[in-house]
Design a protein around this ligand. Structure first.
Ligand SMILES: *Cc1c(COP(=O)(O)O)cnc(C)c1O
Length: 375
């Protein structure tokens, strides 16, 4: 019986808890598997691991973890600003870019205001919206991609924020640069456009909004990026936002002083200069996407062409296939929470990991009633 008598906020009552990809150790325990034999392709992590330069920098930094981090992340901020060609005041760091999403809520969202997102958007946007009691306006997707015209049309005087990821997670779809630019330019100045570029480094021909931020031409645009994906530092939690200094100053007010820990700062700084690791990751991803897509065609499984480091695949009963794959030691992501119950999302792994995943899929699908059978 629940004896809690606290007057918890009513708008949080039906808010679900975010379901992350399942950790290897947890799946190993549940199915009695050897953790070393489990392949995790569930959270779009870098299958090549962290940058070797970051590893080396981390070893050294271990000696100083008794000291608080630099609350302003001076070294990382300077280096990143130089690399992007912006001023240090154009940048804000978060404990993952997920934390930055929460900062946005703190400065712009309250009951009575609207947030516009697309169907099949990143799950954290609706969570943050509802966490602050704001109203979520979900615009139907077109062919699983953002319908930018419809999103524009959904903006009203009540709208405070529009969130969109390009490429999008979990669909892997992307918007042509010219269309995206026209969309951003059409948004009223009272509405913040949050352009989440977590996977931007995987795009062949990425849109470039940095000039707009350098000149100050787009004060209502915030770009979000992360060290979790191509840089391979998901476990350390480093994300950043790029916006005009006035917007960044507003967001800084709600940031906790030491949100970016020492190891995170040191590793991100080292990873930033490891262009070789980034290139290797991009190459592995391109080939891995080819491999997974070819494998799906062979298995007769429809998929959404992806510009990111994962593939959305239609398998029938997604939850059942997810479960059966786990028994085979392969963790993918079920998509029920995204209202895509027939689909699973597979992160691109190493060639061997991709092959294991496809082989497990083949077995699971051949067994028809999939989940109920072992092996
Ligand atoms: C993975 C991901 C992020 C990054 O999250 P971190 O908190 O930086 O690890 C942000 N947005 C989207 C759409 C993502 O898929």
């Amino acid at each position: 019986m629940n004896s809690l008598s606290l007057l918890l906020l009513a708008h949080l009552k039906d808010l679900p808890v975010y379901q992350p990809g399942r950790p290897i150790e947890e799946v190993a325990r549940q199915y009695g598997l050897d953790p070393d034999r489990i392949v995790k392709l569930a959270s779009n992590e870098n299958p090549l691991g962290p940058s070797p330069r970051a590893r080396e920098a981390l070893q050294k930094a271990l000696e100083t973890v008794h000291l608080y981090p630099d609350g302003h992340a001076f070294a990382l901020r300077q280096r990143l600003a130089a690399k992007l060609g912006v001023t240090p005041e154009h940048l804000i760091f978060g404990n993952g870019s997920n934390e930055l999403l929460e900062f946005i809520g703190h400065v712009l969202l309250e009951p009575g205001v609207d947030v516009v997102v697309s169907q099949y958007c990143f799950a954290v946007y609706p969570l943050v919206t509802r966490m602050f009691g704001a109203n979520l306006v979900t615009v139907p997707a077109r062919n699983h991609a953002h319908d930018l015209a419809a999103m524009r049309a959904a903006i009203t005087p009540r709208t405070r924020v529009v969130f969109l990821a390009n490429p999008n997670n979990p669909t892997g779809t992307w918007a042509p640069a010219a269309e995206l630019r026209a969309f951003v330019e059409s948004i009223p100045p009272t509405v913040l456009v949050v352009l989440d570029e977590a996977y931007i480094e995987f795009l062949e021909d990425p849109p470039d909004f940095l000039p707009d931020l350098r000149t100050g031409a787009r004060p209502n645009l915030l770009l979000l990026r992360t060290f979790s994906k191509i840089y391979g530092l998901a476990g350390l939690r480093v994300g950043y936002g790029i916006g005009v200094p006035a917007l960044i100053a507003a967001l800084e007010k709600v940031r906790q002083p030491f949100n970016l820990n020492r190891l995170a700062q040191v590793a991100a700084l080292a990873a930033l200069d490891d262009e070789e690791h980034v290139q290797r990751t991009r190459r592995n991803n391109r080939q891995g996407l080819e491999q997974l897509q070819a494998g799906c065609r062979e298995l007769g499984l429809p998929y959404i062409p992806s510009a990111a480091n994962f593939l959305l695949v239609r398998v029938g009963d997604g939850a059942t296939v997810f479960e059966a794959l786990q028994r085979q030691g392969v963790i993918v992501r079920p998509m029920g929470a995204y209202d895509l119950p027939e689909w699973i999302r597979i992160s691109v792994g190493t060639p061997e990991e991709n092959a294991r995943c496809l082989e497990a899929l083949r077995k699971v699908l051949r067994n028809g009633s999939a989940a109920t059978t072992r092996d």
